[in-house]
Write a protein that binds this ligand. Structure first.
Ligand code: B12
Length: 433
């Protein structure tokens, strides 16, 4: 039998014999590591190492085994600085990411978690989320993506949580898995990672086993994996470009919940590599979320120090400037229509330089009429997040937010990264998720 005949059977063997481990057929091979350069360049660009996303980047770099301490050390210092500065004001998810990043790969940074009682804070924050759900019709303070991150961090670093509570909270019909009635792939995938960790703890006897909890958790994983797979798109993406990384991690960690024929991992990997080369992952957080998947890692590898020793290692990042989105001498201005929709619609037309992002359009409109187009943003790991327009503030308890739309469709990028086109009709709409 020639090597090409061997491949499918090898994949099958790998799939059935090595649970919870990725088949090598679905990782970027060493000779193709150069294709990850755009991601590494975005993540390690010095202008990003000071932002609120340092924890996401540190976690990602450690997980893929990058050993370059001149990159790792400043990020680690930055993460600790953020904890000292914001302390208990950090959200559950952010605190969880900090814990995962500092605890990854068994470095001396792990002491920081214990010295600063981060697990105790995580436990309290998780209970505060549950308290808020009781008081506000099941809506958490933040969201289920963050509840899952919190449980994952507690589970990996042996904090306290109740498996009965987890089994109750994470039933797949819970409204917090859905935005506008659609299953949120990112949210469901992060839940699978958390539930798989909890399940392992129950099976390995680290947590007291209650058969009923174990059965519910198992059923939840099964149902969530099915929902993830039903979000597969033609080219292999799961959900959209930005949810695929975490969705693939979930599928990597839960191979016994679906059949090999249900998912063509190679196709997904090839599509992601193509999207990288087309510049889809230009925000550091987007790059940080996809990178571990490409070298076969999941967030559950964080507590396996040995796993960090493999991967990119001393891979040399070749620094080169990313292509500018607008050539310097391109025709200068474009015109776009912009509306704010609450009950009524308020519209205007603005002129902005070619290559501008949605935010620039909103700023121009605001200059024209502060009362109608005035808005506020908050910096987040994905860039500027619009929190209010006309003084009307988004509120998690009511599940309200400002939704970005173009030509009648919801956008899959934020105001800081979506590049607008000449003649486009943009809208920011007061919506309920
Ligand atoms: C929960 C969530 C929401 C909630 C946020 C409110 C809440 N209840 O927490 C809701 C449903 C309101 C929402 C809205 C939007 N979201 Co959203 N969201 C998420 C999700 C699932 C988790 C975010 C999180 O908590 N992360 C963990 C914490 C610790 O990190 P954090 O930075 O502190 O989290 C805050 C920010 O992420 C912010 N946020 C949430 N979404 C977005 C999107 C953008 C562009 C920005 C700048 C900030 C932001 O809210 C979080 C809580 O405060 C992510 C999935 C992911 N893969 O990250 C998508 C995700 C970040 N969202 C996305 C998008 C596109 C949006 C919208 C632009 C959609 C739209 N068409 O309007 C809007 C934001 C518009 C605005 N007002 O600026 C994309 C971003 C992709 C990209 N390349 O930019 C993601 C990756 C989903 C996806 N796969 O497409 N989102």
């Amino acid at each position: 039998m020639g090597p090409s005949h061997l491949l499918p059977s090898l994949a099958l063997l790998c799939f059935s014999l090595i649970p919870n481990q990725v088949c090598k057929t679905c990782e970027v091979s060493e000779e193709n590591y150069f294709r990850l350069n755009p991601l590494l360049n975005t993540m390690t660009d010095s202008k990003y190492t000071t932002g609120s996303h340092s924890a996401d980047i540190l976690l990602s770099l450690r997980l893929v085994g990058l050993q370059n301490q001149t990159l790792i050390q400043p990020l680690s210092q930055q993460v600790k600085k953020e904890v000292r500065r914001k302390g208990l004001n950090l959200s559950l998810g952010r605190l969880a990411l900090v814990t995962l990043a500092l605890g990854a790969c068994q470095t001396p940074d792990e002491n920081f978690i214990h010295d600063n009682h981060l697990l105790g804070h995580l436990e309290n924050k998780l209970q505060a989320e549950i308290g808020n759900m009781k008081a506000h019709d099941g809506s958490p303070l933040t969201n289920y993506f963050q509840l899952s991150l919190g449980i994952l961090a507690l589970c990996l670093f042996h904090g306290q949580y109740s498996t009965t509570q987890v089994a109750e909270l994470f039933a797949p019909e819970n409204k917090n898995y859905y935005f506008h009635g659609n299953f949120s792939v990112d949210t469901g995938a992060m839940a699978v990672l958390a539930l798989m960790c909890v399940k392992r703890g129950l099976i390995n006897g680290q947590t007291k086993t209650d058969k009923k909890d174990l059965r519910s958790i198992d059923e939840h994983i099964q149902s969530l994996v099915e929902k993830l797979l039903s979000e597969k798109k033609e080219g292999g993406l799961i959900g959209n470009t930005f949810s695929t990384g975490i969705a693939v991690q979930a599928l990597f960690i839960a191979p016994h919940y679906y059949k090999e024929r249900d998912w063509n991992c190679r196709q997904t990997l090839d599509t992601i590599l193509r999207e990288i080369s087309q510049g889809a992952f230009t925000t550091p957080i987007a790059a940080a979320q996809i990178l571990p998947t490409l070298v076969g890692k999941t967030y559950l590898d964080v507590s396996r120090g040995s796993s960090c020793a493999s991967g990119l290692g001393n891979f040399n990042i070749s620094g080169h400037e990313p292509e500018p989105t607008t050539p310097p001498n391109s025709p200068s201005n474009i015109t776009v229509h912009f509306s704010v929709k609450i009950r009524e619609t308020y519209s205007t037309t603005v002129t902005v330089p070619k290559g501008s992002v949605f935010l620039a359009v909103m700023e121009e409109a605001q200059k024209k009429n502060e009362t109608v187009f005035g808005f506020t943003v908050e910096q987040s790991s994905w860039g500027p997040y619009v929190t209010s327009v006309q003084g009307l503030k988004a509120n998690n308890n009511d599940r309200t937010y400002w939704e970005l739309r173009s030509g009648g469709r919801s956008l899959s990028q934020g105001v800081g990264s979506y590049v607008v086109h000449d003649g486009e009709s943009l809208e920011i709409r007061w919506s309920k998720y």
